[in-house]
Ligand binder design. Structure first.
Ligand code: URP
Ligand code: ZN
Ligand code: ZN
Length: 466
């Protein structure tokens, strides 16, 4: 069967086009100003809508086991929620495995989590939780045989790496064609501050933010940028950027020609640290924490000028019930992370495109094209050219919707964005040509999503894009 999207405005990262778009066998096969309807075509009337590449969320944590508990979204509910928000691909950050496990251990585990469950296409980032000769040797096969061409290092949490390990990992990952992503926070500074607060009995949610201020994150970003430079100019991707000083360090590195990219998330653009004063402040425990409004303004500026390359969610859903049960009201015992995979596109569209902060083309670049290019999915994903997968989202720029968790599709019990009004709404999502979300109804299925073997990171090619 052929599917024709007729009368819409196609939007990619470079422009807007009044063209029809024809889909066959899950791929885009033609796009022209006027494609004549034939009997074998199922026609979708896209008049008044913007037709964009489906969203690619390169930072989720589905089914993650953080030791004290497991997040409430698995690969079905997480990808269902993603599809209902216009996202057609996710790249999940694998959680830590048992101490000493190798890279393939977690990969095997994650394949079993996702296979037959995912409603949209998916991949994983590798996780480096220790470094030795065996791990360094294993990296090449992860990239070449398994299609895992990015890895995350942590500078805090249980399996944080020290500088020696970071240098070795950065250098080896560069050699094997992988992009290093990093959670940058200074672990010693956080521990020092957190322990003092806890000893004083200051365990309310606000102390979470006070225990890991901007300097903790910015210091670690600067350190990582310098370590990447020392490790034979290894490419570096900073996840969940939340502050202006860190962004300044990133800008300086980019200005100096270093291969450094940054991702931010809707929560850092739209929610601020006052939320920790709410009676349910535990809803907002995540790391880095929510910041002040001046940091939000800097992040919007970074996106508008292009120094921030991507918008992801870091969706890591612990219900309010889980948070209360596990923390007993103590921020230091609360699992970290926020839900949001369903709301990323609507929030950025509403607060970015509808307000004029960014253009529709920048919206596509941040949510789909740059993620595809940085993470080895281009040109199969993130664009509207013939040959690409027919992963699409149709946006109605006129639609106003108030966000209500009751109408969302994750397994949690709250949304941090409850009550926010969105101007512009994803009314339909297609994954490889199949309609998976239409007018408020999830029409996809578990097992439709396929594992994506990603291409190696090609620094010379990526350099030409930015
Ligand atoms: O608090 C957060 N962000 N939790 C998810 C894990 C991570 O650090 O990305
Ligand atoms: Zn992180
Ligand atoms: Zn994360």
């Amino acid at each position: 069967m052929q599917r024709l999207l007729k009368g819409g405005t196609l939007v990619d990262h470079q422009g807007q086009y009044h063209e029809d778009l024809l889909i066959e066998q899950g791929r885009i096969v033609r796009r022209e100003p006027h494609i004549a309807i034939t009997p074998e075509m199922a026609v979708i009337d896209a008049t008044g809508y913007q037709v964009m590449p489906g969203g690619i969320d390169v930072h989720t944590h589905f089914n993650i086991d953080v030791g004290i508990g497991r997040s409430c979204d698995d690969f079905f509910s997480g990808t269902r929620a993603a599809a209902c928000g216009g996202t057609t691909t996710i790249v999940d950050h694998m959680g830590f495995g048992p101490a000493g496990c190798n890279l393939h251990h977690q990969l095997g585990r994650y394949h079993t989590y996702a296979e037959g469950q995912a409603a949209i296409d998916y991949s994983f980032h590798g996780v480096v939780q220790h470094v030795d000769d065996a791990i360094l040797d294993e990296m090449a096969s992860m990239v070449e045989q398994e299609g895992i061409s990015s890895f995350k290092l942590y500078l805090t949490y249980q399996y944080k790496l020290d500088d020696a390990a970071v240098l070795q990992a950065l250098q080896r990952l560069r050699q094997v064609g992988a992009l290093t992503t990093v959670h940058p926070e200074n672990d010693a500074a956080i521990r020092w501050r957190r322990d003092a607060f806890v000893q004083q009995g200051n365990t309310a949610p606000m102390y979470h933010a006070l225990s890991r201020p901007v300097a903790c994150e910015a210091e670690a970003i600067a350190r990582m940028i310098n370590l990447a430079s020392l490790a034979d100019s290894a490419p570096l991707y900073i996840v969940h950027l939340s502050n202006a000083l860190g962004l300044d360090y990133i800008r300086l590195a980019q200005h100096n020609g270093q291969l450094v990219w940054a991702e931010t998330c809707p929560q850092y653009l739209l929610l601020d640290e006052q939320r920790y004063q709410d009676p349910d402040g535990m809803k907002y425990i995540l790391s880095p924490p929510l910041r002040g409004q001046e940091e939000q303004a800097a992040l919007w500026q970074g996106m508008a000028e292009g120094s921030i390359a991507t918008l992801a969610t870091d969706h890591c859903n612990f219900s309010l019930h889980q948070r209360h049960m596990l923390s007993g009201g103590d921020f230091s015992r609360c699992p970290n992370g926020l839900p949001g995979v369903e709301n990323r596109l609507a929030l950025l569209y509403s607060h970015g495109v509808s307000t004029g902060r960014i253009s529709p083309e920048q919206f596509v670049a941040l949510t789909s094209t740059r993620p595809a290019q940085l993470f080895g999915l281009w040109p199969q994903k993130g664009n509207l050219m013939p040959g690409a997968d027919a992963d699409l989202v149709l946006f109605d720029p006129q639609r106003r919707v108030t966000l209500r968790h009751d109408e969302m599709h994750d397994n949690g019990d709250y949304s941090p964005y409850e009550g926010m009004v969105c101007q512009g709404w994803p009314i339909m999502t297609l994954s490889r040509g199949e309609v998976v979300w239409r007018e408020g109804v999830f029409t996809g299925r578990a097992g439709h999503g396929r594992f994506l073997r990603r291409k190696p990171f090609n620094a010379e090619w990526v350099k030409t894009l930015f």
